[in-house]
Design a protein around this ligand. Structure first.
Ligand code: SIN
Ligand code: MN
Length: 291
């Protein structure tokens, strides 16, 4: 799947592209059905909400669960990113965010590349976020909020917030958010929230400033976030464990387009539990840095 010149221009301008209903209900169900087993596991890769057993985010499902391993190699998801970068990509991060009914907490305003730069020493912003809805997303269940065009500011100031939620994040302060929203149109389009059925997909730039409110509705808002990094732009430090920031920089090999509906064989190396190596961290900069 290639992007049209109009889509490329829109991505450059707004920092995101929305594809409602990109995966069918049948394809999405294969993924949704695999979530309860993953969320039930008592492993480090399940980060639970503050003071609650609800899963906030699950890491590395593509190494644990076959349906998600197949999604990670899906051409309808990977090809537009390769097309935009003009280069092959590897999987930098893989999350399934719960945002569960009544319990899903906020994600403060942030840019993902801020974290990847500060924590992982990713050299440039040549990495893309892909969100895939596993539930319908509406105005009630904590949709993502984007500030269109904010990616064009590059990396903005952020501070490391270790206390607001159960997951540390480099967050952008309110004064700067006010300015960015004003510049993007204020009350007229300064914040947008793509909403749509389960199976919808969003591509968004790693510098796009985004957030989401809490989910006080009775509707879950489970979504997969895949972060695809251009191979030449791989991270240079392993300060975070491998289940959060991956260390396999080999290009993603694609499966056929029907891979969610047919059981093509895939490797799921962490199926029986996280290996000790996936928990190790190091402050050192890699010495295998190529151009
Ligand atoms: C994120 O920004 O990583 C998650 C946001 C959300 O799930 O609402
Ligand atoms: Mn984010």
């Amino acid at each position: 799947m290639k992007l049209t010149p109009e889509q490329r221009a829109q991505f450059e301008r707004d920092g995101y592209l929305f594809f409602p209903g990109h995966f069918s209900a049948e394809e999405t169900k294969v993924l949704t059905d695999a979530v309860p087993d993953l969320y039930a596991k008592r492993e480090a890769f399940n980060v639970r909400e503050k003071g609650s057993d609800a899963v906030r985010t699950n890491f590395a499902a593509h190494l644990v669960s076959e349906p998600f391993a197949r999604l990670a190699r899906h051409p309808r998801m990977v090809e537009p990113v390769v097309d935009l970068f003009g280069e092959e990509v590897y999987m930098h991060q893989f999350k399934i965010n719960g945002k569960m009914a009544f319990e899903g907490d906020v994600w403060q305003w942030h840019q993902d590349y801020g974290t990847w730069l500060n924590d992982d020493l990713m050299p440039t912003e040549r990495a893309m976020n892909v969100a895939i809805f596993l539930d319908d997303v509406n105005e009630h269940n904590g949709p993502l909020m984007f500030i269109p065009g904010s990616h064009r500011k590059g990396v903005v100031d952020a501070k490391h917030d270790l206390t607001t939620t159960s997951y540390p994040l480099w967050t952008v302060d309110n004064d700067l958010i006010r300015q960015l929203v004003e510049r993007a149109g204020g009350r007229q389009g300064g914040i947008v929230s793509p909403k749509g059925p389960a199976g919808s997909m969003i591509l968004f730039h790693s510098c796009l400033v985004h957030a989401s409110g809490s989910n006080l509705s009775p509707f879950n808002r489970v979504a997969v976030y895949l972060s695809l990094c251009a191979v030449s732009n791989h991270i240079r430090r392993h300060k975070r464990p491998e289940y959060i920031a991956h260390r396999d920089f080999t290009p993603i090999e694609l499966l056929p387009d029907d891979c969610l509906l047919n059981p093509y064989p895939v490797d799921v190396p962490w199926k029986n539990g996280l290996p000790q190596s996936a928990l190790r961290t190091s402050p050192d900069v890699l010495d295998t840095v190529e151009a």
